[in-house]
Design a binder for this molecule. Structure first.
Ligand code: NAD
Ligand code: IPM
Ligand code: MN
Length: 357
């Protein structure tokens, strides 16, 4: 039996409920594959502001660096929206991504067969959609110089700088091309090169980088057109590679194709320990009510097993168990329709656990 150290950061809002669900499934699947997990909880986000006065304590960073993998719920919420910008709850995630050098965020968008009727698109448009969105996660406007609101020449103004360097674009496009080689070998790079200088550098670098992958076809879309194409004809996409901000927005949009944002997992990879989290936020409107869909976090745990622990069989077993429970008609409130069985966060977790055998 091998032993692995997992840092769990529940965060805020529904974070506690969904990470508890995912840890339960993670332990079960890992155990069946001969991996013993040691789980250490750490604070970040609003919970850490309450406890320490800052969103990302050094103890959390150090534990994350030492661990074999990190599982995160979500951070933030109205309780902390009024704090100073430099200690916002969301800074915890941005800080972890940067501290660990996690420059690639993989967001797979697949539609479970059992959920096709929950998509706002017609069944023929949605069935078979299988997209890998590769979001750059360490650069761009998220990390460029900021000027908080201040009065300049009698008017209040604020700014955020969108900035990318060639090496930053190269490494993410390489990763997207390598991912595409294991899939349908089509990469669409999304930018706004008709307007933004940073996007023109992005497009040129993407072209030069992808040319090294002869079996991969690269094409380009402007982000506004991509947003439309995702709804119009999502099956055209294999791998999408894009910057930090566009990737954030397009992935929430793409989530709707799958029926609920609660379904989508992600893996953040790069130089340091891999971090796994659902793509949604802390959903303060439903926190503590047993309404949260834990599947995005459970599928993030599957990605953790696959990418950080090399346990492909355990990862695939989780994905299969989730599919089976959905086929059996069990639904959390976000995916409920008459004729299916409405279950709570904990109930769907137990069903998935049982399915794992
Ligand atoms: P959100 O994703 O938290 O919620 C958007 C909507 O989706 C809400 O109606 C919510 O109830 C629903 N939803 C989200 N996850 C769900 C789930 N698992 N099951 C069922 N329904 C779900 O986005 P928001 O409301 O814009 O943000 C709330 C807070 O979360 C903010 O503070 C924001 O900054 C933060 N946030 C954090 C992360 C993260 O930690 N990675 C991501 C996005 C937003
Ligand atoms: C996400 C979130 C984060 C982001 C926020 C909370 C910083 O929206 O992970 O998608 O914008 O990256
Ligand atoms: Mn987001």
């Amino acid at each position: 039996m091998s032993e692995k150290q997992i840092v769990v950061i529940p965060g805020d809002g529904i974070g506690e409920e969904i990470t508890a669900a995912a840890v339960c499934i993670l332990k079960k699947a890992a155990g069946k594959s001969g991996i013993q997990l040691h789980v250490e909880r750490h604070l970040a986000g609003g919970a850490a502001i309450d406890a320490y006065g800052l969103p990302l304590p050094d103890s959390t960073i150090q534990a994350a660096k030492r661990a074999d993998a990190i599982l995160l719920g979500a951070v933030g919420g109205p309780k902390w929206d009024g704090v100073a910008p430099e200690i916002r709850a969301e800074k915890a995630i941005l800080g972890l991504r940067k501290e660990l050098g996690l420059y690639a965020n993989l967001r797979p968008i697949r539609v479970a067969k059992a959920l096709i009727e929950f998509s706002p698109l017609k069944p023929e448009a949605i069935s078979g959609v299988d997209i890998l969105l590769v979001r750059e996660l360490n650069g761009g406007i998220y990390y460029g110089a900021k000027n908080e609101a201040a009065v300049v020449n009698g008017v209040e103004q604020a700014s955020d700088l969108e900035i990318y360097s060639t090496p930053e674009v190269e490494r993410i496009v390489k990763l997207a091309c390598q991912a595409a080689q294991l899939r349908r070998k089509q990469v669409v790079s999304v930018d706004k090169a008709n307007v933004l200088a940073s996007s023109r550098l992005w497009r040129k670098t993407a072209q030069e980088t992808a040319a090294q992958y002869r079996d991969v076809t690269l094409s380009h879309l402007y982000v506004d057109n991509c947003a439309m194409q995702l709804i119009l004809a999502p099956k055209q996409f294999d791998v999408i590679v894009t910057n930090n901000l566009f990737g954030d927005i397009l992935s929430d949009e793409a989530a709707v194709l799958t029926g609920s944002i609660g379904m989508l997992p992600s893996a953040s990879l790069g130089d340091g320990t891999g971090l796994y989290e659902p793509i949604h936020g802390s959903a303060p409107d439903i926190a503590g009510k047993g309404l949260a869909n834990p599947v995005g976090t459970i599928l993030s745990a599957a990605m953790l097993l696959r990418y950080s622990l090399g346990a492909e069989e355990a990862a695939a077993a989780i994905e299969k168990a989730v599919d089976q429970v959905l086929v059996q008609g069990y639904r959390t409130a976000d995916l409920y329709k008459p004729g299916s069985t409405k279950v709570s966060t904990e109930e769907i977790t137990s069903l998935i656990e049982k399915q794992l055998g």
